[in-house]
Design a protein around this ligand. Sequence first.
Ligand code: HEM
Length: 466
Amino acid sequence: MDALARPIVPPAPYVHPEDLSTPRLVIETLRNTLGNWSHNAFDIPFGRRKVLGVDSLLVNDPAGVRQVLQTSMASYRRPLAAVRPVRPLAGAGVLLAEGAAWRGQRRMLAPAFTPGTVESLLPHFHAAADSLVDRLAAAPRANLADAFHRAALEAVLRSLFSLSAGPEQVALAAMASDYVATAGRPTFLDGFARAESDFAFAGGARRRFQRRWFAAVDRIVAARRAGPAAADHADLLDRLLAVRDPDTGAPLSDAEVRDQCATMLFAGFETTSRLLFWASYLLSLDGAEQARLRAEVRAFPPERVAALEDLQNWQRLRQVLLEAMRLYPPVPMIMRQVVTPDVLCGESLKTGCLVWISPWVLHRHRLYWENPTAFMPDRFAGKANPWVTEPAYMPFGGGPRICIGASFAMAEASITLATVLARFEWSLESDRPVMPVGGVTTAPDHEPWFRLESLETVQHHPGGRH
Ligand code: HEM
């Protein structure tokens, strides 16, 4: 089948003909935050609505989005309801910092995410991808959601600490994932809190998690610091330890190093593993596209990738990853709350108003995309970094707080997917559609099994590179 002539329209939750009444909106939102939208949301530049007494504005207009995330960013901050559940995972790291503290941290961390640094991490991405395919080779079927979760964790652990994912690290990932699905889910108390410390009586599970999580990250950092120093800055911990405050020359304190590591661990693996899952799912729905990518990867096998510019050889693969993040943005919602009254999209907003910027809605918006629900990687042809150049494409957020790990994630995902493509052909065992469910990340409603066919003709090699 020619995928260009008849593009595939992959599964997505039902879009309601009319805006939902408040009770139904609440029910649908609890069920799936991607399943509460009406057709209207995908046509309008913005929409305002009061839900349970809270004034909220959905912003689709790219100029409005830029205003919130960039030109008037000081008038907006993450709402407490979004901060409280994440604090135990990310501490005082850059993800949740605000104002001058955020600016200082972001400036100090920037050298750890330059193209040169990401290039120095490529061997870690290769090593994580190689152990993924070795694990997949052990059985003719696989739960790829789970396999990519482990692989993305391994990539970030190796990149941060030069560590492979042993049992203790796998337990660490399980701890974070369980937390997000249980005590870390936002509650109605988060919605009513006026300060982070409010309703402390109900925060026992979060405090216990934070103690265990930080203690585990402390142990890893301590073990790694006790080992031989890596003079060549081969991992991100080296970079963090080398960071100096540009004004005072002071290094980061132990707690600061720990909080940044915990932040990177959390922000880095859940998101990239979702991207890898949805890209593989789309490629199992579109076998012609999968074959096309395999041909591209065979022409330039993963083991030849030693520098970032080598990734240019996989243009089509990049387009598929970009299109996967358009259709299934790993972070489906970016929330802000007004802290200084502002006029946005012509609407006067008072302090406390919630502003919703939804990559899910924006990426499927009819004003900005042709055939928005279809899988058409061609739309990204010739667009190297569309998250910077395309106003309605924002899988990594936008403005000065745009994801610091975007090129890290793109390089890691390219190497991982290419390594799997070179080694296996895959298809779904069942016809049951996999539905995206909105949460902190866009998760599958069930984890499907994939049939894997090993491609014996392709030489898998471990040596040479690392
Ligand atoms: C496909 C993978 C990824 C996606 C889709 C993604 C998405 C995002 C988004 C949407 C934001 C902005 C959130 C907001 O403004 O409210 C963000 C911020 C952030 N991301 Fe990522 N991310 C990915 C991978 C990574 C990786 C690999 C790392 C680190 C190793 C990372 C670290 C961060 C950090 C530290 C922030 C906060 C930046 C700041 O506030 O200055 N992310 N990410």
